[in-house]
Each structure stands twice: as structure tokens, then as C-alpha cells.
Design a protein around this ligand. Sequence first.
Ligand SMILES: [Zn+2]
Length: 358
Amino acid sequence: MAALLSSGLEYHAVGFTLVRSKGNGDGADSFCYGSVAMPAIYFDGRHHRVQSAGSTADNGLASEQMNRKEFLGRFLLWSTAGAAWLRLASTSAAEDAGTWKVALLADTHIPADPVESYRGFQPVENLKTVAPQILDSEAQAVFLLGDAARLAGLPGDYERLEQLLSPIAARVPVVIGLGNHDDRDNFFRRFPVERSPGEHPGVPGKHVTIVEHPVLRVVMLDSLLYVNKVAGLLGKVQRAWLERWLPISSDRPLVLMVHHTLGDGDSDLLDVDRLMAMVKRHEHVKAIFYGHSHRYAVEQRDGLQLVNLAACGYNFSDQEPVGWTLARFDKSGVDLTLHAIGGNRRQDGHTQRVNWLR
Ligand SMILES: [Zn+2]
């Protein structure tokens, strides 16, 4: 799954066509985006469940006997071509103000052993420190940009991660992307997606999540190539999906999130040139957020803002902060506030405005 989710907050779908599904006759709604009917994924505790929506073969949400109010009271994920699609439209004042506040985490590197340390940092303690800060920030969602697990994505790592994130996931969606220290199979065993028979397998072998908010759409890509080796790759199938999908998602700004760095080294995203060539043709793509380097930096390339998030688990250099970032997105850009809990804390609390360049 992409996310840990819970019920309890009032969310509703905004900015999309809400249509009555045909033929089920019991008052349940299904959703369509444009003319494309897609399976819906919703969350039941820590399990994601996927159902086809609006298809004749499957009554979709109707089979859950949910009325519209119940349906809208849940967090929703939609899946198209394998991408889980989370529609996040809260009724909060922040939404009314045209902003979306989210917490950004990268490289948590959580081990099963709570006292394991690296370079003097204890990743488990770091996340224990950060979790209440995120809750206090009233972030409406959390994104973790990969390397969630310590080194090899072991089952115990994800068990610990789930334990640490549960207080947050009880309040807001937590969307987890995969990095080179994650193991896709172990990840899904801990955070399973339950798919209904016939549900589209999506981007085969990859874990892509789309999150929607009225001010922004986020696509969490999957650059995990080899577990516990440094290089990353989106791969042709994922790129081809993105190529097809970007033109139909141009109704609002979009940012991509991915674990790997965007350079030309052997440890970077190996198909970064193909990605950049693609996204620079789509002006609604405003930024790429990534992790991997354990550095905090913002730079510009080809009309895009490139935001390298600080690591939460540990830094590789004393010059770099360790912590997380609060992002307040609006239509024209994002305010990024660094929360440094270790390493170089000089920029702790500093807010940087990043305007979209196109
Ligand atoms: Zn890392």
C-alpha cells in the first residue's frame, strides 16, 4: 500500500466528477474521473481494499453497502493502471484558504532494533521525536519518500515502522514510497493492499500512489530497483504509464515524489534524463521532491523546482540537518519549513518560499 490510513476525519471529494454508478440501484455512489471508471481503494484500519467502481461486472462500492455519507467519510484511494489514487479533500479551514499542509519525511531508515544507531543517530528515537511534532503541526497528510527501512527492508523493520507511524496514521493519511533500502514484498506484507478479483494490476511490479487535493496533485513514484544497492530506476513501464497519465491530469499543479536523487551518478535515478525530458513538456508539473542523499537543498532545472529532503534517520555529513519538513502548498508554490532535530540545526524553524517557475 501507499499509505496507512484511518477513519475519523471528515474528508470529501472535491474537484472531480461524482457520478451515480449505474445498475446497482441501492443508492451507493461510485466515482469517475473524466470518462475513465477506475477501481477505488479505501482503507479499513491498516488494510487497503480495492474495488472496481462503476463497472458492470462488479457493483464496486455498492457491495459494501455504503451510502454516500459513509463513503465520503473514508479516505479514498483510486487506482488506475496500477496507481493507487488517494483523493484527499478535507473540509478544513486550510482548504478553504487554498492551502494544503503536509509533512514530508525521507530516509527514516527504521530498524527492528530500537537502539540500533548509525553515525550517532538512533533512527527509531528520531521518528519518536518527530511523530508528535507532525501531529502538533496539524499536517493533513504525511509523505515518506522511501528508505523507510534501515537497510534491507526486513519484516521487523516495517513492524517497527508501523508501530511508530500508527499515532499519526490514526489521524491523517501516511503515504509511503519505496527506496533502495526497502523491500517491496516485505513492505506489502506489512501494509497490504487487498485487491478484488479482476482489479487492474497497475504499473506491474511498482508501487505508485496518486494523492489529490484541490490545490495540488502528488504522484509518488517508485524508484526501487535493487534492495540494498544504491541505484534507482523508474523503468519503462512506469514511465510509459506516466507519459499516458500526465496529459489527463493537467487541471491543477502537480508534483512528483520519488526516492532517488536526480543526478548523473551511478547511485542516482538512472532514467532521470528520460523522466526530465517527459515532464518538462507538461507545464502543470511544478516540482520533484526526493530524498536518498540525506541532504537538504532546493535547486531549479528545466522549469522545475527540485527539492531534496533532509533525512529523518541520520545524515551522511555533519553539515546536513536531520529531521523533517512541513510543506504548505498553494496554487503558486510551497512554503517549506525545516524541522531539524539533529545534525546541523542552524536552519531549524526556517521557512523557505519555493515558487513554481511556470
Ligand atoms: Zn537513505
